[in-house]
Design a protein around this ligand. Structure first.
Ligand code: IMP
Ligand code: MG
Length: 175
């Protein structure tokens, strides 16, 4: 069994889109400090690239929640694997995710974030699969809406593989 990766969004396309999203964020926050929360591990590549393009003052924190096993389908169970280091009170929080799929992970995580009294909360995701939504989640910034296909690269994995691909691709498995 081997996997073939079909490119969905090239490195150049992703790079250009991240610049556009960063410019939108800069405009919206108008010089205010932004506290970016990266959802590990998938959000890490995206957050680094995004943060580099933002000119507002940026601080970073990391959180890890898990709703997936090692396969391609959701377990439906969300748990905190690593909590944030810093309090959120009074901060303009920007949650940065790799993908919003069923929305279970984000709706859980956004509740936790809001309970900690930030000044504001927005969500920025690299990818959105709206067709798969089970829980309603408001996406403020999205690089690409994609169809219902399993994707890897740019932080996204399949059984922990392919996170380091510099593009976004669809896994096609030959069995
Ligand atoms: P949700 O809770 O169903 O929205 O799933 C969120 C998490 O599932 C994401 O943060 C990813 O880690 C993972 N996930 C969902 N779809 C994909 C995919 O197409 N490729 C890789 N990981 C995915
Ligand atoms: Mg994720």
């Amino acid at each position: 069994m081997s996997d073939h990766i079909r490119i969905l969004h090239s490195e150049e396309e992703v790079d250009n889109r991240i610049r556009e999203i960063a410019a939108m964020i800069d405009k919206d926050y108008a010089g205010k400090p932004i506290h970016m929360i990266c959802v590990l591990k998938g959000g890490a590549f995206f957050m680094c690239e995004l943060a580099k393009r933002i000119t507002c003052p940026v601080s970073l924190d990391f959180m890890s929640v898990s709703s997936y096993g090692n396969g391609k389908s959701s377990s439906g169970v969300v748990r905190i694997v690593k909590d944030l280091d810093e309090p959120l009170e009074g901060k303009n929080v920007l949650v940065v995710e790799d993908i919003v799929d069923s929305g279970r992970t984000l709706s859980y995580l956004l509740e936790i974030v809001k309970d900690r009294h930030p000044a504001s909360v927005r969500l920025c995701t690299l990818l959105d699969k709206p067709e798969r939504r089970v829980k309603d989640v408001k996406v403020d910034y999205c690089c690409f809406e994609i169809p219902d296909e399993f994707v890897v690269g740019y932080g996204l994995d399949y059984a922990q593989k392919y996170r380091n691909l510099p593009y976004i691709g669809v896994v096609e498995t030959d069995e």
